[in-house]
Structures are given as C-alpha cells and as structure tokens.
Ligand binder design. Structure first.
Ligand code: PEP
Ligand code: MN
Length: 269
C-alpha cells in the first residue's frame, strides 16, 4: 500500500519515547519545552539565553544558523562556525540544541554539533532531505509544511521513519490560510488529530503559528490543553534587536512567565 504505515498508531500502539540521556526524554505524559532565539547571533546572546534556560530548568535550546529567509537580503545565519559555538556552549551546561538543516550537504558537517535536526516548514516535502535524515542517528523535529495537510506531514514523517530513523517528533507551526491578521493560522485541530493518528510526539510552535508576541502565550497554553507533548518558541534578551522574527519573540521576563503557566496548565490535564 502507498499509505503511511510505520508512523501510524495502528502499527505501533505505544507512544514513541526519545531518550537523550541524562534523564532527558521527549515523550507523551511529559511537557517538553524548547526555547531560544530564531537565529543564533553571537556568543553573548547564546550565554544569556543559556542562563535564562538553566534558571528555568529548560533543557533544549532552539536556534538557527542556516536561516530560510523570504528575502535573500535578510540575515541568513552564522553557518557552521556559529553552530560549533552554539553546541559547545550548550553542551557545557547540559542543554541539547535544536537547529534547522536546510539541505542534504549540511547533514554530515552539522551532525557532530547537533542534538536535534529541525526540518523547516519550507522543506517538509524535500524528500531527498527526508531520505537522508532517515539514515541519521540523531532525533529529527519535522515541521508541518506552510500549506501542508496533516496527512502530508505524516507521509513526510514516514520517509524518515521508514529510512530507519525512529527518533522523530512532529511540529505544528501554523499553516497559511486566507487570514491576514496573523502571520499563520495555528491549527489547534491538528493536535488531537495527530495524537490519534500517530505514536510520534507532537510539539507545537506558537511563535510561528501566530507570529504576534502578545498572543504566543495563550496559544501555547491552548496547545497544551489540546494535548501537545511539547512547545517550541522564540525568546531573546532584547526581542526588538533580534536578527530575525523579533515581532513574535518573547523577552526573558515574558518567557519565564509563560514557562510557569505552561507547567501549571500541563498539570491540569
Ligand atoms: C524557525 O523555526 O525559525 C523557522 C524558520 O520555522 P518554520 O520552518 O516553521 O518557518
Ligand atoms: Mn523564526
């Protein structure tokens, strides 16, 4: 059959657990929090973010060094040198990093310095990239395509899983609709639907999902109540100075408040 099969809950009833060692797991029944800037910018920014995460017991830092920008004139990221700095600084504090891989040729050089390969919304159906990530022994966070259906996301997941990489997480990050009042439309519906269809952890990105700083927190809390296994979002010491996505980025004060609320809401489930 040409249906997706291996990522289906019909094939594997038990939810997938991704073990990072040191007692750190992404799994159903626990709330995973991943936070950090849209783009890695410099050593000071990484250091300040690590301090913020450690103070709040957050074990994953996100941050891009290869950035998929709509305009070629926008900041494109620090590249591999930035990744090495990011990885080394985080490792010294026991923090795992989540960072986007944009093309097949980046996988091998990135691998020693990456804990989670993020596949961005513009690459969800880059099937050659998915095939190659299927051969990698590192977890993958697969984002939903900008105009992708839930089934298309699951077919893309099947590429990676069937290639042999079962350390896979899905990410709802908002889809393009006719609505222009927000950057994207966070599809809360996708959360219970994905949780029923697949055994893979479902992580939600409210930052790209709505694109407006003030509304990131309510969307994160709603996603948790809808059944999300984790939240990934953007935070920066000075959001207004961020190299990318500042308008949807939380200050550390806002981030800390949201972390506390997310944990409270998760306990209500
Ligand atoms: C990002 O995480 O900064 C990003 C570019 O996300 P997406 O691929 O969902 O747009
Ligand atoms: Mn971003």
């Amino acid at each position: 059959s040409d249906d997706y099969r291996l990522v289906s809950r019909k094939w594997k009833v038990n939810p997938t657990v991704i073990d990072f060692g040191d007692g750190l797991r992404v799994q159903e029944g626990e709330l995973t929090i991943m936070a950090g800037p849209c783009s890695i910018e410099n050593e000071d920014q990484i250091e300040k973010t690590i301090q913020h995460l450690v103070a709040n017991n957050v074990r994953f830092m996100r941050g891009g060094v290869f950035k998929p920008r709509s305009s070629p004139y926008s900041f494109r990221g620090l590249g591999l040198e930035g990744l090495k700095l990011f990885y080394d600084m985080c490792r010294a504090h026991g923090i795992k990093i989540v960072t986007e891989v944009m093309q097949v040729s980046q996988i091998a050089p990135m691998e020693p310095y990456t804990d989670v390969f993020q596949v961005g919304a513009r690459n969800t159906q880059n099937f050659n990239l998915l095939d190659e990530l299927g051969k990698v022994d590192k977890p993958v966070l697969l984002k939903r395509g900008i105009s992708g259906t839930i089934d298309e996301l699951l077919y893309s997941a099947e590429y990676i899983f069937s290639g042999g990489n079962e350390k896979l997480m899905l990410c709802e990050r908002g889809i393009r609709t006719y609505e222009t009042a927000s950057r994207n439309t966070l599809d809360l519906n996708a959360i219970p639907i994905l949780k029923e269809k697949t055994h893979l952890p479902v992580i939600v990105d409210p930052s790209h999902g709505i694109g407006i700083r003030e509304y990131v927190e309510p969307m994160a809390l709603a996603a948790i109540m809808a059944g999300a296994d984790g939240i990934i979002y953007e935070t920066h010491e000075k959001p207004e100075e961020a190299a990318s996505d500042g308008a949807q980025t939380l200050s550390f004060t806002e981030s800390e408040r949201m972390i506390k609320k997310m944990r409270k809401v998760f306990d209500l489930r």
